[in-house]
Design a protein around this ligand. Structure first.
Ligand code: 13P
Length: 269
């Protein structure tokens, strides 16, 4: 039996009025996939389906690897689809071989950037403090940051999900965060690429905790986009999107298939 968001939130002493929620955001994280022609074909396939759908009530971002930002960006021109990146440096410029700054991403046409993804936290040792600095840099460059948080399997098994998520979130968000410049993505690490997801009540509960923290720190939590990510697919997207606290999804594997990604978009709203 699902509890209503109001009930979950009232346990924490806040009120959530999801009627004020922004329209859903669907972001496709291509990760380290696609060479030029394959990326073009994927972007074209998504643009064609998106235009046929005629949806005005969903925001959609494609986040290809940095090498494809220019060419995918050109294919998205005039489509209403947003270009996004998967990371940025916390400084605007400097001696940082191999890194890309937020102003460079904005210059390449990006509107959003994914930050603090668990794959970067794990394989590049990114800390919450670095994620906060990157988020600040994204804001300064006019980019919307999608800040990712999520617990490991071990933390979940130890009953630490809420603590991990709250700790990450509190330390990963700089001053100046607003619903306009930041979205949060809850991505349980064990759900990414595994075909497994938490049950709906768990997703709703974690999202309610995230909204409580946002409300306490930044006010008006319902205005924020809080996305779910981790094995989102056409088969489960609609159910996940029925949760009142969830207003968007961050999609990995399924975003590499234009048909599957657009089915996910269709199931929003
Ligand atoms: P999957 O959708 O492949 O599980 O990946 C989720 C993810 O990491 C998106 O950022």
């Amino acid at each position: 039996m699902l509890r209503k968001p109001e009930d979950r939130a009232s346990e924490k002493g806040i009120e959530i009025h999801m009627a004020n929620a922004p329209r859903p955001l669907v972001a496709g994280n291509w990760k380290m996939h696609a060479l030029g022609e394959a990326g073009d074909a994927l972007a074209r396939g998504i643009v064609e389906r998106w235009q046929a759908m005629g949806r005005q009530d969903v925001d959609v971002a494609l986040c290809p690897p940095a090498t494809l930002l220019g060419r995918v960006g050109r294919l998205l021109e005039g489509s209403g689809l947003l270009l996004g990146a998967q990371d940025c440096h916390w400084e605007a410029e400097g001696a940082h071989t191999g890194d890309i700054s937020a102003p460079m991403l904005a210059d390449a046409g990006c509107r959003v950037v994914i930050l603090g993804h668990s794959e970067r936290r794990q394989s590049h040792g990114e800390t919450d403090e670095e994620v906060a600095a990157k988020t600040r840099a994204a804001h300064a460059a006019g980019l919307k940051a999608i800040v990712c948080v999520g617990e490991s399997k071990a933390a979940r098994d130890a009953g630490q999900t809420a603590t991990v998520v709250e700790t990450q979130l509190a330390a990963s968000l700089p001053k100046g965060v607003s619903a306009a410049n930041t979205a949060i993505a809850y991505e349980p690490i064990w759900a990414i690429g595994s075909g497994r997801t938490p049950d709906m009540d768990e997703i709703g509960a974690v999202h309610a905790r995230i909204r409580t923290l946002l409300a306490n720190a930044f006010g008006a939590s319902e205005a924020f986009s809080v996305l779910y990510g981790g094995s989102v697919a056409p088969a489960n997207a609609a159910e996940i999107m029925t949760l009142d606290e969830v207003n968007g999804v961050l999609v990995g594997g399924a975003s590499l298939d234009a048909g599957a990604f657009c089915e996910i978009i269709e199931s929003c709203g």
